[in-house]
Design a protein. Structure first.
Length: 328
């Protein structure tokens, strides 16, 4: 096995990183220099830990790169912005194959390219040999394009709760992989490479969305974040949610039937699809890709499903809790 060293790794990774449209100075110096056309910068960070967020025996290096980028790009979209650049911190064992790191870089670049974004810098470090784990810390920078940022705290009683993107697919794919299978392929692919509706975030901001967040921990869990920040009660309409997510037969129903479960458990509490959840004033014409799934009411703060507490609704479909929570 050839040892290329830190700078050899960096050179190979950067060769696959693409170019950011806003970069005046890209990788290679002590820091990148980026243009900020709006005069403001959206910034967010996510950390992916091997064994917690991905497994190398389940996902290719390219899959890991796509997933790491998607988690951050979705957060920028949820503010109403568009990602312009990424910074990546990487810790890995000394014997990590360079080809695997090149694959991660390729996945990051492919996920960012349609937005005109790219990796513009970062850091690499050797992790403790006995840990064996790869850790990726990705920081995304974005541009609001003149829009006001859409916060979690703006929902008001009478607003419509709406969804863009899919729910439950990543959790379904994870359930498949945990049982040693790789089919249905669509569900497994959804876990390996989320497909957030990036354009829906800026579109929602332009349409007057009052609050927005991405669904990374589960619909009920993230709706609670929005409800608590806004001081309101969010009531999910189960029938509308079924129409939006389970109206057509697909992998969720197929896998749930095979496992003897309820696909609504994944829809309500499954994370890592990075759909977008937003509230709009009543009567707003929802942008393309957005569908109504509930209402905002006075009271709370909290989340209900057809008036039933979120915890009870989750338990009724066999879900353990209302979504993911670190350190729980």
């Amino acid at each position: 096995m050839r040892v290329v060293g830190e700078f050899g790794v960096i050179a190979r990774v950067l060769a696959r990183s693409g170019t950011a449209r806003v970069a005046d100075v890209g990788p290679g110096d002590d820091a990148a220099v980026l243009r900020a056309p709006d005069g403001r910068v959206v910034a967010t960070t996510d950390v992916l830990v091997e064994g917690r967020h991905f497994r190398r025996d389940w996902s290719s290096a390219e899959d890991v790169g796509h997933k790491a980028a998607a988690a951050n790009l979705a957060d920028v979209a949820a503010m109403g912005g568009v990602t312009t650049a990424l910074l990546v911190g990487l810790a890995c064992p000394p014997d990590t194959p360079t080809t695997w790191l090149e694959g991660v870089a390729a996945g990051l670049a492919e996920e960012c390219a349609p937005l005109g974004a790219a990796v513009v810098g970062g850091d690499t470090v050797s992790s403790a040999p006995d840990s064996g784990a790869v850790v990726l810390s990705v920081t995304a920078l974005g541009d609001l394009g003149g829009r006001a940022p859409v916060l979690r705290s703006g929902a008001r009683p009478g607003d419509v709760l709406a969804l863009a993107g899919r729910l439950g697919w990543s959790a379904c794919g994870l359930a498949v992989l945990r049982r040693g299978f790789t089919s249905p392929a669509a569900a497994v692919a959804a876990h390996r490479r989320p497909a957030p509706p990036y354009a829906a975030g800026p579109a929602a901001a332009d349409a007057g969305a009052t609050a927005m967040c991405d669904v990374s921990d589960g619909l009920l869990a993230d709706a609670r974040h929005l409800a608590e920040e806004s001081g309101v009660l969010v009531d999910v309409d189960r029938a509308a949610l079924v129409r939006a997510t389970l109206a057509l037969p697909g992998p969720l129903q197929q896998v749930a039937a095979a496992l003897g479960g309820d696909p609504m458990a994944w829809v309500l509490t499954g994370g890592e699809d990075h759909a977008l959840l937003a509230t709009f004033p009543a009567g707003t014409a929802l942008p393309e890709g957005w569908v109504p799934i509930g209402t905002v009411r006075a009271g709370g703060p909290g989340v209900r499903v057809d008036g039933e507490p979120a915890e009870a609704a989750a338990a009724a479909v066999g879900a353990e809790g209302t979504g993911h929570a670190h350190f729980r």
